[in-house]
Design a protein around this ligand. Structure first.
Ligand code: NI
Length: 436
């Protein structure tokens, strides 16, 4: 097993006061075996390679708890529109024309961007997820993948569920456990109760978690109220969907009683501040959720509603959004970092992620702090949330393997990926324009 010693400033995310100005991290195989002051690793630890990153801050890799990777194909294709015309006239006709290869290249582009901005694990929901699985396996990152399923058309719903089950059978725990598969019913307003009950039965049978959008917009709230006379989260509870591992994306419109439901069923929340702002969806009650001890992670959502996949930008926006509607004391820098790391680990159920400590997975990133926007160095957490950009990430390790070194992607042909996506996305946009 390969042994690495990393010397750097170390922010282990094990507590607000934990920081090593002259730190070192020892890695054996896929795991961390030591974190501490420089020169204090066990004397019998003989590394195969030493990384001297003394101008960098090393921290746990970021966990993006809700995205649609291949939607990078639609980045900038349609913006600044109300939600429904945007979906009906732009997004859905484009998606309907995407083939498997398009999904693969779109996913690969998302992974380039994610690695470059320090994301080492993503929770994804989309169609043709086997192509995303292929890209993740080649690239070396971690992912929890779900086939997005809508249940309004019975036959299509049954095909989609079959595809999600196949995805589970083929890819759950693949890549030495780097891949997990969840079931992905899209949302309460696109899935009838009967379909959700079937999904839950299958999830229980397979031992799979569930990933779903919940209470994202006022329109969803109104639709569910009109159809069922209740709220989206309560209606999902009535369908028996809760009880197992479940990731609920958005959770913008919840009342106090529904926060208790989240807590009771240990539901993990994927908070998507930038997407909620861009689509004018609203502001989730994140400080209240954290007070109640609900697990909250951060997500970028897809690249057509963000429009980047940079978790550093997401952290800053998540904090600023709460400060705007609440108080400047809401979502402090360390709390936001904690959501992007430990919170993400809890939401995904990947217990050995989110912090740098012995026994944890060697998923870590280094940020180049030798830059003007990181001086003076009063507070590292403050700089990481309020000043850092994705492009400041220099080196990325996942599962003990270096996948970006000195800003060079080692497992992806970035140039080719950009060119393929450019060609494919333009071709689809041209078709949509001509055929509509
Ligand atoms: Ni989404």
């Amino acid at each position: 097993m390969t042994k690495y010693l990393i010397r750097a400033m170390v922010l282990p995310m094990t507590g607000p006061d934990d920081f090593y100005e002259n730190g070192e991290i020892a890695v054996v195989g896929d795991s961390i075996v030591f974190v501490g002051e420089r020169g204090s690793a066990p004397p019998d630890f003989v590394p195969d390679r030493i990384f001297d990153l003394k101008n960098d801050v090393v921290m746990p890799g970021l966990i993006n708890t809700h995205t649609h990777a291949a939607m990078t194909m639609l980045r900038g294709y349609a913006d600044d529109m109300p939600l429904m015309p945007w979906l009906e006239e732009k997004v859905w006709p484009f998606e309907a024309r995407m083939n498997s290869e398009d999904m693969y290249w779109g996913s690969a582009l998302a992974l380039c961007e994610m690695i470059r901005s320090g994301t080492t694990t993503m929770v994804d929901m989309y169609i043709k997820e086997e192509e995303t699985a292929r890209a993740v396996l080649e690239t070396g990152t971690r992912a929890l993948l779900s086939r997005g399923m809508t249940g309004l058309d019975r036959k299509a719903a049954s095909v989609a569920l079959q595809e999600n089950i196949e995805l589970f059978n083929n890819y759950h725990d693949a890549g030495q456990g780097r891949l997990k598969v969840l079931l992905g019913p899209h949302a309460p307003y696109t899935c009838p109760g009967e379909f959700l009950q079937t999904v839950k039965q299958e999830a229980d049978r397979l031992g799979a978690g569930i990933h779903i959008h919940v209470a994202e917009t006022k329109a969803e709230l109104a639709t569910i109220k009109e159809r069922y006379g209740t709220t989206p989260l309560r209606w999902l509870e009535d369908q028996g969907l809760f009880g197992g591992h479940l990731i609920a994306a958005h959770c913008v419109y919840l009342d106090e009683g529904e926060l208790d439901i989240l807590k009771q069923y240990k539901i993990g929340v994927a908070h998507n501040a930038e997407s909620n702002m861009k689509l004018n969806s609203g502001t989730a009650l994140i400080p209240r959720m954290l007070e109640k001890g609900i697990s909250v992670g951060l997500g970028t959502d897809g690249a057509s509603s963000n429009n980047d996949l940079d978790m550093f930008g997401e952290m800053r926006s998540a904090s600023f959004q709460q400060k705007l509607v609440g108080s400047p004391e809401d979502l402090k820098a360390y709390e936001v970092l904690d959501m992007a790391t430990n919170g993400g680990a809890r939401v995904t159920g990947l217990k050995k992620l989110g912090r740098l400590a012995p026994g944890y997975k060697a998923d870590l990133i280094s940020i180049d702090f030798e830059q003007p926007h990181f001086y003076p160095r009063f507070s590292i957490p403050s700089h990481l949330v309020y000043c850092a950009r994705g492009g400041d990430v220099r080196t990325v390790m996942v599962d003990g393997k270096i996948i970006m070194e000195d800003r060079r992607l080692l497992t992806l042909d970035e140039r080719r990926i950009c060119l393929e996506v450019e060609k494919r996305a333009k071709r689809i946009a041209f078709k949509v324009f001509n055929e509509n």
